[in-house]
Design a protein around this ligand. Sequence first.
Ligand SMILES: Nc1ncnc2c1ncn2[C@@H]1O[C@H](COP(=O)(O)OP(=O)(O)O)[C@@H](O)[C@H]1O
Ligand SMILES: [Mg+2]
Length: 232
Amino acid sequence: MRIVETENLTRIFGSGEAQVTALDGVSLHVDTGEFVAVMGPSGCGKSTLLHMIGGLDRPTDGVVKIEGNDLNSMDDDDLTDLRREHIGFIFQFFNLIPTLSALDNTALPLVLGGTKPADAQTKAEEWLKKLEVADRSTHRPDELSGGQRQRVAIARSLVTDPTLILADEPTGNLDSKATQEFATLLRDIVDRWERSILLVTHDPRISSFADRIIHMEDGQITEETDNNLKEG
Ligand SMILES: Nc1ncnc2c1ncn2[C@@H]1O[C@H](COP(=O)(O)OP(=O)(O)O)[C@@H](O)[C@H]1O
Ligand SMILES: [Mg+2]
C-alpha cells in the first residue's frame, strides 16, 4: 500500500527578493514496510519536505497523500487528527521532556490526543517492553544512557500505533555503537511491525539500513539508490 505519495510538491517561502524555493517539484512515495532515507546538503529542503508530509506546514503547490488522504482537502483540525492517528515523529536529539519519566514521555502523544492517562500508560508500558527499556520506566531522561533515550523516543513515536514514522536527523551526536543500534531498531520496526519510515539523515551508517535512499539538492530529487538491488 502507498503510505506516502507526493506529486510535484513545492514550497516557496517569502516573496520578492527574499523568496526561497525550499521544495521544487518533489514526487516520491513510501510503501507499507519500506524504510526510506532522505539525504542531501544542509538547506536543500529535507526538513521542509518532512513538515509537508507530516501536515505541519502546507505546500505552495502539489499534492501530499497519506494512505490515500489528500492533505490539501483537510482543515487544520483534520490534519491534527491525521497526525495523531497515522504518524509518529522522532525528533532531533530525540527531544524527550526532561522533567517526565520514560513512561510519561512515551505516553505523552496519547495523553495529548485525549486518551485516559491510565490507558495511555498501559500502552506506553507495552512499547517500552517491546523496546526492552521497561526496566527504566520511572527514570527521567537524564538518568538514561544515550541508547536508552533513543529507545524511549522510538517507543513514544510508536505509542499511537502509527503506520508512518517520520524522523528528522534524529541521531545528533550519538557514538558509533548507539548509531548502529538505532539503525538496527528502525529496521526491526519496519520488518517486525510493518511500519513505514521516512528518515532524514546525513549519516551513511543509518541510511545503509534503508531500503531506498532519496538524494536531494536545491529542493529537488537528484537521485534514488535502491539498497536492496545492491545486496541482491
Ligand atoms: N520558515 C521558513 N521561512 C523562510 N525560509 C525557510 C523557512 N524554512 C526553511 N527555509 C529555507 O528553505 C530552505 C530549505 O530549508 P530546510 O528544509 O530546513 O533544509 P534542510 O532540512 O535540508 O537543511 C533553506 O534555504 C531555508 O533557509
Ligand atoms: Mg533540516
